[in-house]
Design a protein around this ligand. Structure first.
Ligand code: S3P
Length: 172
């Protein structure tokens, strides 16, 4: 089987979307689109600066615009930003031409993975674990809209990529 649609990875920050997307892109020889990187490139500033100078609503508008662009076309691997699910239209549009997979992880695992990083404005707080738990809870129903979910907590990037390929059938 040759899978021709898009492959879209959703999930909270630190669930492995970018690393798994890169791995899948290399394995399947497909272009990888990292939504946050593309927004940074287009806006000419980092996500942190966009949040600080333009605000979250502005960022969500840019995110929505990009989803509309990415929804069509085939054969690419998309790593979304963790908050893209906040607008149900984003899930709908990105799922239209492709396989949508939501990566999940336990809060402590997420905390570990984002430790030492400072490019996520929503986690720039002293009470990071509580923030992660609170956000996961408030976004639970959003992530649950995505039919396929993979808990990445105890898995390597390669193992997660293999499971995504398994969802495609026989991994091409
Ligand atoms: C966000 C997740 C981030 C980035 C922005 C907001 C969120 O992407 O889009 O900081 O609301 O969960 P990653 O999930 O790639 O870190």
């Amino acid at each position: 089987m040759k899978y021709t649609g898009n492959l879209v990875l959703f999930g909270f920050m630190g669930t492995g979307k970018s690393a798994v997307a890169r791995r899948l892109g290399a394995f399947l020889d497909r272009p990888v689109i990292e939504m946050d990187e593309l927004i940074e490139e287009r806006e000419g500033m980092t996500i942190s600066r966009i949040f600080a100078e333009r605000g979250e609503d502005y960022f969500r508008e840019r995110e929505r615009e990009l989803v509309r662009e990415l929804a069509s076309g085939q054969g690419k691997i998309v790593a979304t930003g963790g908050g893209v699910v906040l607008d149900p239209a984003n899930i709908r549009d990105l799922s239209r031409e492709g396989l949508a997979v939501c990566l999940t992880a336990r809060p402590e695992v997420i905390l570990n993975r984002v430790a030492g990083e400072s490019h996520r404005p929503l986690l720039e707080r002293a009470d990071r674990l509580e923030t992660i738990e609170r956000m996961l809870k408030s976004r639970k129903s959003c992530y649950e809209k995505i039919p396929h979910r993979i808990d990445t907590s105890g898995l390597s990037v390669e193992e997660v990529a293999d499971r995504v390929l398994g969802l495609l059938g026989n991994g091409e």
